[in-house]
Structure formats: C-alpha cells, structure tokens
Design a protein around this ligand. Structure first.
Ligand SMILES: NC(=O)c1ccc[n+]([C@@H]2O[C@H](COP(=O)([O-])OP(=O)(O)OC[C@H]3O[C@@H](n4cnc5c(N)ncnc54)[C@H](O)[C@@H]3O)[C@@H](O)[C@H]2O)c1
Length: 345
C-alpha cells in the first residue's frame, strides 16, 4: 500500500513510517521540517550507524545515496530502505575515487560513518598504517571533496580522543586531547582533518554503540548469556551507550540546520549525571531480555590484561545539544529495551 503519514518529526509519525517501510509498504512522510529536501551521501552503510542514517533520511523525505567498500550493500537484509536505495562502492582510502564520487554526486550533505572500528586489532603493527589510512586520511579526502562541492559534513568520533582520566564529563569543546591508543589517535586525526578543512561541519562524539546492523556489546552479552549463568563484566569504565536508531534521528535534525561545531551525543542518563558502567549495561540487557544471568562486577585490572588501554572516564556531557535546541537521545534503558525488540534478541 501507499500511505501518507503526517508529523514524521514527532515520535509516533516517525515510528509509523519506519514500521510501514519494514512491512513493504510505500510510506510518504511529511510534516515539521522547513527547507528543501537534501541529497545526502552516507558512508559505512554496511555498518551499524550508516544503515540507520539512510533509513532515517528516507523516513524524513530526503534523498540518500549509500556507500561502503563492498561491491553492493552487504548489511542486514531487513527490508528497510537502505537495502534498495542507490549504492556506490567506494574505498575511502582511494583519494581519486573519493573526489570523483563526491564531485559526480554533488550531495548537499555527507554523513561519514565508515571507519576502522576494531579497537584491539588497531594496535597490531601490521594494521597501523591501514587504521590511519581509513580513519585519518580517508576522512581527510572526504573533507576535501566536501569542500569542493560546498556541502555540509558530519564526522562521527569518540571519547577515545581524550585520556579517560578523572570523573569530570568531557565537554564537546574540550581541547586537551590525549588518546590512549591507536584507534583513538586515528579518530582524533580524522577530527582535525575535518575541522582544519571545512567550516560547515558537525563533529559528533559518541560511545558504546549498538545497532541492528553489526556486532556490539549487547548482542555479545545476550549470546554469552544463552550458554552461561554468570558473566564477568567491568564496572570501572563509566559512560553511556548510543543506540544508532536514536542517533540517526539527531544527525538528520542537525544537518537540517547550520548549527555547526562539536557535539557529544549518546543516550541520556536516567537521572542527569548518573553515568553507568559496562556491568550496569549488561545487567539491564539481561533484565530487559528476561534472562536469568548473574553479572559478576570486576575491575579492569581483575578482568585481565588487554593489549589496548581503554578510557575509564567515557562520560560525555550532552548539554550542548539542548542549548542548541536539538532533541537529546532518549534514556539509555528505554533504548536498550527497544533495541532488544527491534533486533529480536
Ligand atoms: N562502535 C562503537 O562502539 C563506536 C564508538 C564510538 C564511535 N564510533 C564511531 O561511529 C562510527 C560508526 O561506527 P559503527 O559502529 O557503525 O561502525 P561499523 O564497524 O559497524 O561500520 C563501519 C563501516 O565502515 C566500512 N569501512 C571500513 N573501511 C572502509 C573503507 N576503506 N572504505 C569504505 N568503507 C569502509 C566497513 O565496511 C563498515 O561497514 C565510526 O566512525 C566509529 O569510529 C563507534
């Protein structure tokens, strides 16, 4: 069926369009937005966030072109718009290909979600040049091409650009960068490439990502819980998680404005300032999934040696979103329970 839905910037209208598309109907959304529809190029659509960004753009009536390194869309085949929208194969480390692709498409906006995200493997000597090529140089090529077509760019980054010390929540405009590991350094270099090349950019730092399309901590916990009645999880790394479905809404809200700059965006604390540990996240996932699994809370030191240093303090202060009239992401517990249903975990 072809269905016209009003009020798609509200929660209900938005979720109705999402559901209709998943069920194979043609949904035409309207309402709330000022300005013209935009053409948006999204990298990393084979991953968690890129997948949800394309779907969000389509719900909101924009034109999306997806891209990743695979010959064709290789993410989950869930019947949503991302499976069928135009797709361009692009290796972002190929400078000429990035330039040609973006100059041919002439998008109004580029949402850059592609990245090397394997934090442990990034430390291996044989991977270091590749990590830099993707997260730093690839991002630079995209920023340069964005400038050539006078578009807006969104770059997704991480609290790993900071050193993870202390308990003070990191502010979006903090400049005391000190990444602890190779991945963090490469993401910082990506940020600096964007901010030194462009004026029209959004650098959005997120943490502890979970989404439908890819691997993440919650999926791992649910799978481990099927065969174990106790799991050990660290309780001294503190932050808040980010549901890509919720983040995608915010990113589209952002690109419909010109409120450029640095932002922090994760799901909200249940009580302001009440950040959580990975152990809290695991416990909530088991509770919401109705699984009887005990979480043994351990320190990072007790958990055992890891080849990569991770930040203890991943607290991201998100108040700049509200100050700029953006809708913050919903409460993290609400996000976990919606995610478990959506992902059928
Ligand atoms: N996953 C997390 O916990 C986390 C935390 C903080 C920030 N981030 C950032 O959020 C963004 C999205 O993360 P995600 O979890 O959706 O990532 P993901 O790993 O699910 O997807 C990344 C995508 O990038 C693509 N890619 C890798 N190399 C490429 C290349 N050379 N050319 C083109 N595409 C390439 C991959 O094929 C993959 O589909 C990334 O910038 C990441 O650094 C992630």
């Amino acid at each position: 069926m072809k269905i016209f839905v009003t009020g798609v910037t509200g929660q209900l209208g938005h979720d109705v369009v999402h559901e209709l598309v998943k069920r194979g109907h043609t949904a035409i959304g309207s309402g709330g937005r000022s300005g013209d529809d935009m053409k948006v190029f999204v990298t990393g659509v084979g991953g968690q966030l890129g997948h949800d960004c394309v779907n969000e753009l389509m719900i909101r009536g924009h034109e999306a072109v997806g891209s990743d390194i695979q010959p064709s869309y290789a993410g989950v085949n869930d019947g949503t718009a991302v499976v069928t929208v135009p797709y361009v194969q692009l290796d972002i480390t190929d400078k000429e290909a990035v330039k040609e692709t973006i100059e041919d498409l002439k998008p109004d906006v580029i949402i850059h979600c592609a990245a090397w995200t394997a934090v442990d493997a990034a430390e291996d000597e044989e991977n270091r040049a590749k990590v830099d090529a993707i997260n730093h140089l690839g991002t630079r090529y995209i920023a340069e091409a964005t400038k050539a077509v006078d578009a807006k760019m969104v770059y997704i980054s991480t609290d790993y650009v900071f050193d993870g010390q202390g308990e003070r929540p990191w502010q979006p405009d903090d400049k005391n960068y000190a990444p602890l590991n190779v991945y963090g350094l490469s993401k910082l270099d990506g940020e600096l490439a964007v901010s030194s090349t462009l004026d029209k950019y959004f650098i959005v730092r997120i943490a502890w990502v979970f989404g439908l399309n890819g691997k993440n901590f919650i999926k791992t916990m649910i799978n481990v819980g099927k065969t174990h009645d106790t799991v050990r999880v660290v309780n001294d790394q503190i932050g808040t998680p980010t549901y890509t479905y919720d983040l995608a809404r915010l990113l589209v809200d952002m690109v419909e404005t010109d409120k450029y700059g640095y932002y922090h965006a994760t799901n909200s604390e249940s009580t302001p300032g009440e950040y959580i540990s990975w152990a809290d996240l695991a416990e909530e996932a088991y509770r919401a999934a109705g699984m009887d699994v005990k979480v043994l809370r351990v320190t990072t030191a007790e958990y055992g040696l890891s080849k990569v240093a991770r930040p203890f303090n991943s607290r991201l202060d998100k108040s700049k979103l509200v100050e700029n009239n953006f809708r913050p992401l919903p409460d993290w517990k609400d996000a976990v329970s919606r995610y478990l249903k959506e992902a059928k975990l």
